[in-house]
Ligand binder design. Structure first.
Ligand code: ADP
Ligand code: MG
Ligand code: ZN
Length: 610
């Protein structure tokens, strides 16, 4: 009852003020003009205007006019757009009148009167909203989401099994430790680092370790928090965050779940789209506005790098990408060892065995396993964690709700065969990139992956080299066919990429003997030609033939090197990831292998095919 009364009072107040404003507007017409504009211009031309103060905003000129018979003050009304012209006229007058420009903004009373109703109205709305229980919750939430900063005491020693990521991040800690060294030499330091990997793989841990290692403050914000906020709050928060970080001198700004704000802008993004976009824009503005001298590094984490707005990934923004993968068996053992240091275990505990049984577990899962085991031991009154506790804890975590995907034995075998196929083909072909790492620990939606290192900075690629890369792309699929007898659906991404590459070869690079050295897409494409049905069919056939050629080559390699392939598969099933010397020794030294370049078949192979 009291509330309604107060609202009523406020509404009445607003009504009174509005009426006041209306009256004011009505009477505040233009001040009466002393003289007419045409008379004024005549006086100017006659050189009789002595002084002039032009108020363009109000559209008024005031001053003095002197005639033979004496002088008098004047006020003349002009159109605001006309002010410049009048000024020019005055300056060009025979007596070159001194013109002063004045700006008489609205008086204080006008401003107060004009804005008061809005201020009051806003106050009422805010008051009503905050009185409600939802408002109280909202206030509480906004308070909780304050930008938090701390100086983490974790370092890279608290991170296990992410050697590659740590290696890449050492450069950042080195920079934060001595920014001047880098500034002197004019080095461009990566200012935005994107950590990507599945949940629980240690992204937050890594970001904190970078700050801890460098001894700088750590400011963190979650992308998801922005999206739930009022319009404009997200952007303001970003501004605050950077202001604080800049004041600190050197700092890590960490934006968790950046995909929540940095998703590709789409038309269908709905109501929160505007807010997200504002926040995102503010983030980009802040990142673009860094001074060379400031030592702020922005780190962001996501498990969906594929959906990020490309604007975020441009040079000068998040241009350094660090993969934070799930650990392989060796990494898992080291993570377990790290966490087991905090709980006492019996001598019988074999962490190696636990590591082998926890394929697909993330670092967070493993930390959880150790913790659960300690809880189980404590519940039963034991002082030390026994192997049984760890087994049971593993089962529990496995059954838990937030488990990452664990591959069945069959899936592991198929994945190993597939990846080994890529590796063996890549290693056998001189035109392909060097195989860097093979893994059956998933990355993104892929169950396994094979990464390659370009062996030099090739910019000119022969058809053989293109074909070799195409063959490597199809190597996984070929291995499935040769070893398992039929393909699985696991190679769909490879197939899509292979098809794109073959299309590029045929349509853009003139690498089809049949169609000749011409293009069928891109700027030079002749749409009239490109749509001809026969030609389209011919293009299709050539793309198909190119893919088929690479596929046949891949199958031949896999069949030929079956023993090597089997060895890689066996080892992969044991250790899950292979790289460096381990991988080389299985694949054999590259130079000893016979060349499988097929340039001698070009263009004969094509002409022979119909
Ligand atoms: P993310 O941010 O990738 O989801 P977190 O960094 O939050 O993962 O990991 C949660 C917890 O799991 C960490 O605090 C740590 O205890 C443990 N953890 C995850 N990865 C590792 C790792 N590589 N080494 C040691 N502990 C890890
Ligand atoms: Mg995290
Ligand atoms: Zn593949």
């Amino acid at each position: 009852m009291r509330r309604t009364a107060r609202i009523g009072l406020a509404v009445a107040l607003v009504a009174v003020l509005a009426a006041l404003l209306a009256v004011r507007l009505l009477e505040s017409g233009s001040p009466p003009a002393d003289i007419r504009l045409d008379e004024f211009t005549d006086r100017i031309s006659a050189g009789q205007v002595e002084s002039a103060a032009v108020d363009a905003g109000a559209g008024v000129v005031t001053g003095r006019i002197r005639t033979d018979t004496g002088g008098y003050g004047y006020t003349v009304q002009i159109a605001p757009d006309y002010a410049d012209e009048i000024t020019d006229k005055l300056l060009a007058a025979p007596n070159q009148v001194q013109v002063t420009a004045v700006t008489s903004g609205p008086g204080l009373a006008d401003i107060v009167l004009a804005t008061l109703p809005y201020v009051l109205l806003a106050a009422i709305v805010v008051w009503v909203v905050l009185r409600s229980s939802g408002g109280t919750r909202l206030l509480a939430r906004m308070r909780r989401r304050r930008v938090s900063s701390d100086r983490p005491d974790v370092t890279f020693r608290d991170v296990a099994g992410l050697d590659e990521a740590v290696r890449e991040l050492r450069e950042i800690t080195d920079f934060l430790g001595d920014p001047a060294k880098y500034a002197e030499i004019g080095a461009r330091i990566p200012r935005g680092v994107l950590l990507y990997g599945p949940p629980g793989s240690g992204k937050t841990l890594l970001a904190r370790a970078v700050a801890g290692e460098a001894g700088v403050p750590f400011y963190s914000l979650s992308g998801a928090a922005f999206v739930e906020m009022f319009a404009g709050v997200g952007a303001a928060r970003v501004r605050d965050l950077f202001k604080q970080a800049k004041a600190a001198g050197a700092a890590i700004v960490f934006i968790d779940e950046i995909d929540a704000v940095g998703r590709v802008r789409t038309a269908t993004s709905g109501g929160s789209g505007d807010e997200r976009e504002q926040t995102l824009n503010q983030l980009l503005v802040e990142m673009d506005g860094f001074f060379r001298a400031s030592a702020i590094v922005v780190m962001a984490a996501t498990n969906r790098p594929d959906i990020l707005d490309p604007a975020l990934l441009r040079p000068g923004r998040f241009d350094r990408h660090v993969a934070v993968d799930l650990p392989d068996v060796n990494g898992r053992r080291r993570i377990l060892e790290l966490h087991a240091k905090k709980v006492p275990v019996t001598a019988a505990v074999d962490l190696d065995l636990v590591a082998r049984r926890t394929a697909g577990f993330s670092g967070a899962d493993l930390a959880n396993v150790v913790n659960e085991a300690a809880l189980l031991a404590a519940r039963e009154g034991h002082k030390l964690v026994r192997p049984d506790d760890l087994s049971e804890a593993t089962e529990r975590v496995l059954a838990g709700p937030e488990r990452s995907r664990v591959l069945s034995d069959t899936e592991r075998l198929v994945t190993a065969v597939h990846e080994a196929g890529h590796a063996v083909c890549g290693h056998a072909l001189p035109g392909a990139h060097r195989v860097d790492k093979v893994s059956i620990v998933g990355r993104g939606s892929a169950l396994g992956f094979t990464t390659v290192l370009p062996h030099d900075d090739r910019t000119l690629l022969t058809r053989t080299e293109y074909l070799d890369e195409l063959t490597v792309l199809l190597g996984g699929r070929a291995a499935e066919e040769v070893v398992l007898g039929e393909p699985t659906n696991g190679a769909s991404d490879d197939l899509a990429r292979a098809t794109r590459k073959a299309r590029e070869m045929v349509c853009e690079l003139g690498m089809s003997a049949k169609l000749g050295p011409r293009t069928f897409t891109g700027d030079d494409a002749d749409p009239a030609v490109a749509v001809s049905a026969e030609l389209a069919a011919e293009i299709d056939r050539e793309i198909g033939a190119t893919v088929a050629e690479a596929h046949a080559a891949a199958k031949a390699i896999v069949t030929d090197r079956r023993d090597i392939l089997d060895a890689v598969v066996t080892r992969l099933l044991e250790v899950e990831a292979l790289e460096g010397e381990d991988l080389e020794s299985l694949l054999g030294s590259r130079s000893e292998l016979g060349l499988l370049g097929r340039s001698d078949l070009w263009p004969a192979a094509h002409e022979g095919r119909t």
